[in-house]
Write a protein that binds this ligand. Structure first.
Ligand code: GRF
Length: 215
């Protein structure tokens, strides 16, 4: 399977995929990374690991459609089968999403459908949730609300700041993202109605202290 990965920043989830591939846990290749920011640290990771990357910035295009068209062209050029949004900070239009139906996945730092959109970790803290987490889901036209492939729950501690909570959630993001990609590569994920069904997976959710088959 050929992956195309969209990033905007640090790229630690991209790194988790790179590591899972190099350690032999994930059998696929990263054929293109697109960053919408020229200074994204994710690009440095591509350079280190010899991964093809390109920068496509919204401000270089007149319309969202022409910006997205360019991203699609670059992804189609290398024949990607699956697009992973790994910290891509833009909302894709239906035009882009319809070009790859149920072939785009996103990692979101909450247990969807709670705390959608930006600053999900801050939203959980401000709400006073005692448990939050992260979700890998298919991207549909509804923001952060597509069929859930896998979730991990993470405790919110009384002394948490947005940073400490984000950090704790992130360590689980790095496990469930490669896990979801692996299941898709193995052909085990089907979408039925609004649900993603993972064939043979015993757990849709990774609990707080997982001693399971996951990464
Ligand atoms: C992660 O928290 C992810 O859930 C969110 O953006 C952040 C990206 O982090 N969508 P990184 O760039 O992968 O380090």
């Amino acid at each position: 399977m050929k992956l195309g990965i969209l990033v905007s920043g640090r790229g630690s989830n991209l790194q988790a995929l790179i590591d899972a591939i190099s350690s032999g846990k994930l059998h696929c290749s990263i054929n293109m990374v697109i960053s919408d920011r020229s200074g994204a640290y994710a690009i440095e990771r591509c350079k280190v690991h010899n991964i093809p990357y390109t920068i496509v910035r919204r401000r270089d295009f007149d319309t969202t459609e022409s910006f997205e068209e360019e991203m699609l062209r670059r992804l189609e050029e290398v024949g990607v089968d699956l697009i992973v949004l790994a910290g891509f900070m833009r909302i894709l239009s239906p035009y882009f999403i319809r070009a790859f139906p149920m072939k785009i996945i996103n990692i979101h730092p909450s247990l969807t459908p709670a705390f959608l959109g930006k600053n999900a970790q801050r939203q959980a803290l401000e709400f006073g949730s005692k448990i939050t987490g992260c979700t890998v889901h298919f991207v549909t036209e509804e923001l952060d609300s597509g069929p859930v492939i896998v979730q991990a729950c993470v405790p919110v501690l009384p002394e948490d700041t947005e940073d400490s909570l984000s950090h704790r959630i992130l360590s689980y993001e790095h496990r469930i993202l490669p896990q979801a990609v692996r299941w898709i590569c193995e052909g085990r994920v089907k979408v039925v109605g609004r649900k993603a069904i993972v064939e043979g997976a015993r757990y849709g959710t990774i609990p707080v202290n997982p001693e399971l088959e996951f990464f």
